[in-house]
Design a protein around this ligand. Sequence first.
Ligand SMILES: Nc1ncnc2c1ncn2[C@@H]1O[C@H](COP(=O)(O)OP(=O)(O)OP(=O)(O)O)[C@@H](O)[C@H]1O
Ligand SMILES: [Mg+2]
Length: 509
Amino acid sequence: MDYAVEMRGINKYFGEVCANHQMSMNIRRGEILALLGENGSGKTTLMNMLSGIYYPDAGQILVDGMEVTIRSPKDAFRLKIGMVHQHFKLVDVFTAAENILLGLEGTYAPKKAEEEIRALAGKYGFDLDPGRAIHDMAVSEKQTVEIVKTLYRGADILILDEPTAVLTPQETEKLFSVLRNMREDGKSIVIITHTLGEVMAISDRVTVLRKGEYIDTLETAKTTPQALADMMVGRSVTLNIERPQPKNTTPRLRVTGLSCRDSQGVQVLKDVSFEARSGEILGIAGIAGSGQRELCEAIAGLQPIDGGSIGYFAPQNPEKLEELVGRAPTEIRDLGVSLAFVPEDRLGMGLVGSMGMVDNMMLRSYDRGPSFFTNPRPSKELAEDVKEKLGVVTPDLQTPVRRLSGGNVQKVLLGREIASEPSVLMAAYPVRGLDIHSSYLIYSLLNEQKEAGTAVIYVGEDLDVLLELCDRILVLCSGRVSGIVDARTVTKEEVGLLMTQLGEVKTDG
Ligand SMILES: Nc1ncnc2c1ncn2[C@@H]1O[C@H](COP(=O)(O)OP(=O)(O)OP(=O)(O)O)[C@@H](O)[C@H]1O
Ligand SMILES: [Mg+2]
């Protein structure tokens, strides 16, 4: 078999940390290969050596059967290898076309380049307006720019590092159809993802890594999600979520008639009313863009409100209803209402990449203002606690969080919110980008919060998880509440129906 790429016996160390040990893998022409492994298993590192970000300490790389040396992204592009990273590297004030042309040698006629880019995007089925500025784009569009950028530079081997972690299920479907078109066209694609369903849906083969070592490569059609999970973790894993009975439920948030518009003046939340209670997990379900984000942001004080009220009952003074509408985000957080909004841009959400865990904990304490003084726990202790509880893999607490693997960055972010001991914890898409093991860890942490009396609001897109984890599920449809259902008795089909239309399912307060 002549492979597009072969990697043999690759070693890569970062100081004491062995990220890749005797790693090998190969990529065929015209295939989609999934790269699977737990957080920190060495996937990104291995791919960074193909794309010229890192240089291996040992081993060989062959492209089209010839041994090559890849010392820079330029070298990689010369070999027609392009990579789209977890954190995008686009210049915000430039247009898509300007970003795509950035760094290319020679001069380009802007209009002509725009036409070429448009044609290239159209060929594979992307939606892309080359003249649009990056800062006006949603994450999925930015990702499209990154992919088209590699294609425009002639990439035949395309590496996508967790592209779906920032996408909604609908956008993921779209991306997959584009990837299939590229495969059709003879391109080789490596896709990193933690979602086994995606591995099964998109890949021809799957390579499994564990703790920096190569484990095996399988034909996707001949394996199962359970077998892949076991192989990844190294033992048999049970994929099952606990759901303790809610205890001592009292109202924490009472939202009534909440309405919001987005910056374009479009109404995104319409007359939303519900209660979130201590000691339970309230799930929020809905098709992407049905108002989930705006709802969380409105409660957190990050979204201007058109009408309605958000009442908060603090645990210390449960009789007194505090109105949250009109308060500053920091004030709302100080009251104990916390938003861990994880997905879009992990390093943008209040973590400073160049700082270690300890300093990032402090950052949170500082911007909590006065409570910095009332919260006696030193940030070092907090950081240690988060590291231990969530199993964050980091050489030490001072290592800049930018150097941690993607999933570990996410654990730091969620861990910091939990460590602030909120009485209302909103977790939006907290398991995006996390491996299966860590996802189940997050579910059990949310359960722990619930049992400690926190009112947990969980925004998720995986209906199976919502149905297994939550006590009640609020379903949003076009910014309205189409139902609030008992998660123990409702069926997946009923929730699906509520998501797509204002259904007739019996609702439960
Ligand atoms: N620049 C770096 N400096 C120090 N350590 C690093 C660096 N890059 C990666 N590592 C370490 O190497 C190991 C492998 O990291 P890598 O990012 O390749 O994992 P991953 O499989 O991509 O994980 P994830 O699924 O979380 O993205 C981790 O322990 C990580 O902390
Ligand atoms: Mg990674």
